[in-house]
Design a protein around this ligand. Sequence first.
Ligand code: R5P
Length: 281
Amino acid sequence: MKLIKGPGSPKLSERLIERNDLDYVEVESKIFPDGEIYVKLSKSVEDEDCYLVQTTYPNRRLLELFFIQDALIGNGARSVNVIVPYFSYARQDQMFKEGESISSRAIAERIQIQADSFYSVDLHSEKITDFFKIEADNYTAMRLLGVHSELYEPDLLISPDEGGIDRVKMAADEIDTEWDYLEKKRLDGETVEIKPKNIEAEGKKVVILDDIISTGGTMMEAARQLLEQGADQVHAGCTHGLFVDDAFDKLDEICDSVFCTDTIESNGCEVTVAPLFDSVF
Ligand code: R5P
């Protein structure tokens, strides 16, 4: 068995290697002047069961994933098992308007052409596992985020929208803490409106948990609401920290802390999802 260290997930790969005492293969990746991507495996994978760890954000990582899968098949791997800690395009899981693509299905279909199994974390939509005809498992980091939240001695865990109720409940149950949710309306790609709702935040330490922080618009609005309602501390956490442009810094300015997991590697990663894969190895 070999773990393949995808260039998008070096730290998570290291953690998995150490935790499961795995042999591994590095991957060289470079970009040609015209923008084309080149990948090369550093060692033979002939007759090996391979576990490729590669996130899919930003887009470059997605192309690398496809090319590494191809390299594994082309170089005689016995099986190709794909661990995609962050599966991008998951929010486009249906045709919202006529003429659109179901982007997450397109990606799932491409992955499974050259894979025997697929694993991911906090897929934005559970529906995505149904797009796969191979084994496809979705793990959740919410209990790990709950445990991390304990550092802040929270009185309350909050989901910024109704869609995140199951997630925040899971985190709150793990540490036996109260939870609630806000009501969000998305106005466009970067602007959201959070309806005022009295959730008794006065004087409380609150942790807001979401699956994704992208532009940070959702988290900013949620944090503002809670601060306006008198919250004593507001911490913002998520599984997938995309932190587009200066989203991390903007959030860091108004929140007491900002944290995420290593499904996408950045300075904000304080929680590793490595333990979620114990049953895979
Ligand atoms: C949406 O349903 C997701 O759960 C996140 O709330 C959303 O993707 C966050 O995006 P942004 O940071 O751009 O508001």
